[in-house]
Design a binder for this molecule. Structure first.
Ligand code: ADP
Length: 480
């Protein structure tokens, strides 16, 4: 948007700058044409004056022997005026050709004036006087004719020059009108262009805000670029964060509700269940009951135990215990979890279905602050899952290590089981997600919750050689 604005202003300014320069040049040209025209008019006036003066002298010559003849002084004055005018004509700047013609004219005037001088000053006989008079008159006539020619020539040039200058002025007027008319049109178009650039994205953002207000948190602003694109990205991020936050809040509310329900359920069921279990154990001890009945009783006791475990898990998940942090070595806790899990392998060491245990513990693993019971529970959940994933035997590897500056420790539990299918991998940490017929789907959800309470992370991926890898990272310098 900023770029667009700057570009628009630059175009606008350049057009007006160029238009202004063109106007100034045109006005300059028109003014100089007008100056030329004025000069030509001045020249014409001078020539006309010259012609009038020449005609004056000629008329004095014609009236010389009449009663209207002027004094000698007047003639001398007129001749001097004639010479003066010719000198003034030569003062102006002309082309070579015109200067030559003017000099020729000046020479003619000088000849004419000397003819007149000799006629008016030298007293002589009648015949000579008549000849001089004729000569002077002839020179005057020639001068008048030449001046006439020159004036008509100047007039034609003047006419042409005037037409051209008037055309230039008229063109300039048209151009000024065009600039005056186009200026506002261009400015309005530019404003509309900018307004559209502003209003369209603003309308999109406003619409998105309304959608958000109406509760559609999945609405996202699209197809905006530049600064508005950044705003849209920030808006979309905000909507996503809001969506996640609301989901978290809803989940927390649900959890509180489930926790309360689980607590009251466990409270209600715990005692009758313990009574049922104890009675069943007693029946099992009876000597008179048959073997099939004993097996059924044992099955029923297992189911009651399962219900008890489920109740415990549910309570654990919905109302997690308050953690008690101690300085612990994770190798020891992992070892403890192994001791609890191994009785569930149900395999003899050398059978085809044997589970091989490999412990690659870092002997220099730093101590960290953690709740040992809770972390043992986490490891036990993962180990039990791994054992269940290898019904036909395999290798269960546990590895611990610390990062370079002892900032974090990493625990990896790897099995060689069937692995986690891609389509379920994103869901395995969700509560109640299970692919097992008798699973609760709470083991990994509880584990994730516990690990996160320690400021750590838990992730799962498939081992390229087959099986799954669960990785837990815990911070070493967490203050609780
Ligand atoms: P449950 O064990 O009761 O099903 P969990 O939360 O412990 O609940 O596990 C959720 C699901 O994650 C399991 O049902 C299983 O599909 C998958 N899973 C967990 N651990 C493994 C593993 N080591 N290998 C393959 N799948 C696993």
């Amino acid at each position: 948007m900023k770029k667009r604005f700057v570009l628009g202003l630059a175009i606008f300014t350049s057009i007006f700058l160029l238009g202004g320069i063109y106007l100034i040049i045109t006005i300059e040209k028109a003014t100089s044409s007008l100056n030329n025209l004025i000069e030509l008019h001045q020249v014409e006036i001078l020539r006309e004056k010259l012609l009038i003066d020449a005609k004056d002298v000629q008329s004095r010559l014609a009236l010389q022997r009449t009663r209207f003849a002027g004094t000698l002084n007047a003639v001398v004055k007129d001749v001097a005026k004639l010479k003066n005018q010719a000198d003034r004509c030569l003062e102006c700047h002309h082309t070579m050709a015109i200067t030559e013609r003017l000099q020729d004219l000046k020479a003619q005037i000088s000849a004419y004036s000397s003819d007149l001088n000799s006629l008016f000053t030298i007293g002589t006989n009648e015949t000579r006087l008549k000849e001089d008079e004729k000569k002077a008159f002839e020179a005057g006539r020639k001068l008048v004719n030449q001046l006439d020619d020159m004036i008509s020539l100047t007039k034609a040039r003047l006419e042409k020059g005037t037409q051209a200058t008037l055309k230039k002025i008229s063109d300039m007027k048209t151009l000024i009108f065009i600039v005056i008319a186009l200026g506002p049109i261009f400015a309005i178009s530019l404003v509309i262009f900018f307004m559209r650039g502003l209003t369209v994205p603003l309308a999109a953002l406003l619409q998105a805000t309304r959608e958000l207000k109406s509760g559609d948190l999945s609405f996202r602003v699209q197809n905006l670029t530049g600064e508005f694109g950044e705003m849209a990205a920030a808006f979309n991020e905000m909507a996503a964060a809001l969506n996640e936050q609301i989901h978290k809040m809803q989940r927390a509310e649900q959890m509180t509700l489930v926790g309360e329900m689980a607590a009251s359920l466990v409270h209600e069921i715990k005692n009758p269940l313990a009574g049922i279990k104890a009675t069943m154990y007693l029946f099992q001890e009876e000597a008179e009951i048959r073997e099939e009945e004993r097996a059924i009783l044992s099955q029923a006791i297992d189911e009651v135990k399962r219900i008890e475990t489920l109740m415990k898990s549910l309570l654990n998940f919905a109302k997690p215990p308050k953690l008690e942090f101690l300085s612990v070595n994770m190798n020891d806790i992992l070892d403890g979890a192994f001791s609890l899990a191994l009785p569930f392998t149900h395999s003899t060491p050398n059978s085809a279905k044997a589970i091989r245990i490999e412990k690659q513990f870092d002997p220099h693993l730093p101590l960290i602050m953690a709740d040992p019971m809770v972390m043992q529970q986490v490891f036990l959940n993962i180990l039990m899952n791994a054992l269940q994933a290898m019904p036909n035997g395999g290798t269960l590897t546990a590895m611990t290590c610390a990062t370079a500056l002892d900032e974090e420790i990493q625990i990896e539990i790897t099995d060689t089981g069937k692995g986690i299918r891609d389509e379920v991998r994103g869901k395995i940490f969700q509560p109640f997600f299970t692919t097992k017929s008798k699973g609760t789907g709470l083991g990994l959800a509880i584990s994730k919750q516990f690990v996160e309470k320690h400021g750590g992370t838990i992730t799962a991926e498939n081992n390229p050689l087959g099986g799954a890898i669960f990785r837990i990272i815990l911070p070493c310098n967490q203050n609780y």
